[in-house]
Design a binder for this molecule. Structure first.
Ligand SMILES: [Zn+2]
Length: 101
């Protein structure tokens, strides 16, 4: 594990600019409302069980760099999925994990 301080949880707020993006984010684009669990750092908000990856280089558990919530059922992460991005700050290697309901 890195001896650096863990990344504190920083919620990310969406700021859509185009009308199409705004409609998608507020749920009026014809499907479920986009999630609001986007964040940097902190601990993963696992939908299923803990799948924290180990660094393929040093074997240590990787740190959550951020998680990206779904954008509704049509845009890819069906049924409220989430993408978790992990980082080994010692080896500068990233891994991602996808979970959904
Ligand atoms: Zn590593």
């Amino acid at each position: 594990m890195s001896d650096r301080e863990p990344i504190p949880e920083i919620p990310l707020r969406m700021a859509p600019e185009s009308s199409k993006a705004k409609a998608l984010v507020d749920g009026s684009y014809g499907h479920q409302e986009a999630g609001d669990r986007h964040k940097l750092g902190g601990d993963p908000d696992w939908i299923q069980g803990d799948e924290t990856p180990e660094c393929p280089e040093c074997g240590e558990p990787m740190e959550l760099y951020g998680q990206l919530d779904h954008l509704g059922s049509v845009e890819g992460l069906k049924d409220g999925g989430m993408i978790y991005v992990f980082l080994c700050r010692k080896c500068y290697i990233t891994e991602s994990v996808l979970q959904f309901h």
